[in-house]
Design a protein around this ligand. Structure first.
Ligand SMILES: *Cc1c(COP(=O)(O)O)cnc(C)c1O
Length: 450
């Protein structure tokens, strides 16, 4: 719509200055505004003649951006926050400016080559064979859905009979598994966890065998193990689950959206033994691998199955037909895609994998230190030893409303963002520590308000 005239040049400068300023310093935490407030502050932004780049950017900078909580603030410990490295964020600007098509090797070979090296790094950490491959999708939700669709494709081929297909997972599995089952119109068998919140192989096998005995028209085709629950970071007995899946001849999917990042540290790698047997796995670089939103690595043990399940066919797509297993579009519910794995690849390539190990180790030790701090205070109670980098605790005597009030005030005072959660029917607080810039002093600042 515009050539690169003087006005566009000036806007380019302004956008770069804003972006660099945003990246250089700790961003303000900020807070949401109500719809009424935003309507009055930003008003109607879509107009027949346009506001012009400068004015649209002004509205963004002054009103819209400040109405979004900074997910990468070092004292944002709510949900699973974000912590993109400087290199990853900067390179995202390059990806945006390059108009790269990441769907096929024909159109984006260089981008796909780099993304595949990043996927290979994860496959190697997980111990997957050479046959492994996949793609980066938008998030863990689409990653889990795509993996389970491939699992059902495989099951329809391998398991004769007309069954009601069922996915087995733990009661603590992420909500996206139930959502995937809904989309796929399959059932879910939720299996209770042990006293530590883990799903173990023996209980799982008994539960599946028993379920199929009672429901002869149902067949469990996939078992989902969680490698780091979102609430507490608990890792299922992946070795036991792998064995169970093998004995029952069903697909084994590992949902490691948050936790599998800890494969990068030798300190925690042992917690994931069994993941090397997975038929598919996911991990979100936008959670704990220092990439910007949105990127989920989806990897199949045998890339051919993912491709067979997902490749779209149309006469106009024939020229892209690919024997070399190199078209990212073929591995998930997607066709057109940006090479969203590139910011992650660039950061990994530029910083090196040891920097990733150090950054993960920092989160792990800060989580451990925080747990010790909580144990040292008589008014606080640790829910469980942190398995990874999530620290969950309660304040003695507090009711749900006290937690909500405290959380609201923490944000209003712009100190931090920590939201209440629940465990065993009780309200808890949890710190999800994924940001290498979160320091002990940040934890102390938040703790001082409790
Ligand atoms: C966050 C998360 C998901 C969902 O990932 P999105 O990227 O938010 O779609 C799935 N599983 C687990 C264990 C998660 O922590």
């Amino acid at each position: 719509m515009h050539e690169f005239n003087e006005e566009v040049n000036a806007l380019a400068k302004e956008i770069l200055e804003y972006s660099l300023e945003r990246l250089r310093k700790d961003p303000p935490l900020d807070h949401p505004r109500s719809l009424a407030e935003l309507t009055s502050l930003a008003g109607q932004t879509i107009t027949p003649n346009g506001l012009g780049g400068h004015e649209a950017l002004r509205i963004f900078k002054e009103v819209l951006a400040t109405s979004c909580i900074s997910t990468d603030h070092p004292r944002n410990l709510a949900f699973i926050p974000a912590a993109p490295s400087e290199y990853a964020s900067l390179f995202d600007l390059v990806v945006a400016a390059s108009s790269l098509y990441g769907g096929s090797w024909t159109e984006g070979a260089g981008a796909v080559y780099a993304e595949n090296q990043a996927l290979r790094w994860i496959s190697d950490l997980a111990g997957l064979p050479e046959s492994a491959g996949g793609t980066f999708v938008q998030g863990g939700t689409i990653g889990n859905l795509s993996a389970l669709v491939a699992a059902r494709y495989w099951a329809r081929r391998e398991i004769p009979g007309n069954y009601r297909w069922t996915i087995a997972c733990s009661e603590e599995a992420h909500s996206s598994i139930a959502s995937a089952a809904d989309v796929m119109d399959v059932d879910v068998l939720k299996i209770p966890t042990d006293a530590h919140g883990r799903l173990d192989g023996k209980t799982t096998k008994e539960a599946i065998v028993n379920f199929e005995k009672v429901n002869p028209h149902h067949k469990v085709f996939a078992l989902v193990g969680t490698a780091g629950t979102t609430n507490l970071g608990i890792i299922d007995d992946l070795q036991g689950l792998a064995k169970c899946a093998e004995e029952l001849d069903i697909w084994f999917h590992v949902d490691g959206a948050y936790g599998l990042a800890a494969l990068a540290s030798p300190k925690t790698r042992g917690l994931f033994i069994g993941v090397e047997e997975a038929d598919s796995l996911i991990v979100d670089p936008h959670k704990w691998l220092f990439a910007p939103f949105d990127a989920c690595a989806l990897i199949y043990r045998d890339a051919r199955i993912g491709k067979a399940a997902h490749t779209q066919r149309a006469p106009y797509l024939d020229p892209l037909e690919d024997e070399g297993l190199l078209n990212p579009s073929d591995y998930a519910i997607q066709l057109t895609r940006r090479p969203r794995g590139l910011p992650f690849w660039f950061s990994l390539a530029a910083n090196g994998s040891l920097a990733y190990q150090r950054a993960i180790d920092h989160s792990l030790s800060l989580a451990h230190e925080t747990a010790e701090l909580i144990k040292s205070r008589a008014d606080l109670e640790l829910v469980c030893e942190p398995a990874l980098s999530i620290v969950a605790f309660k304040k003695r005597g507090w009711r749900h409303d006290d937690y909500v009030r405290w959380s609201d005030k923490l944000l209003t005072d712009q100190i931090g963002f920590v939201t209440p959660s629940a465990h065993n029917g009780e309200t808890i607080l949890r710190f999800a520590i994924v940001n290498p810039w979160t320091r002990r002093a940040d934890i102390d600042l938040i703790m001082a308000t409790l």
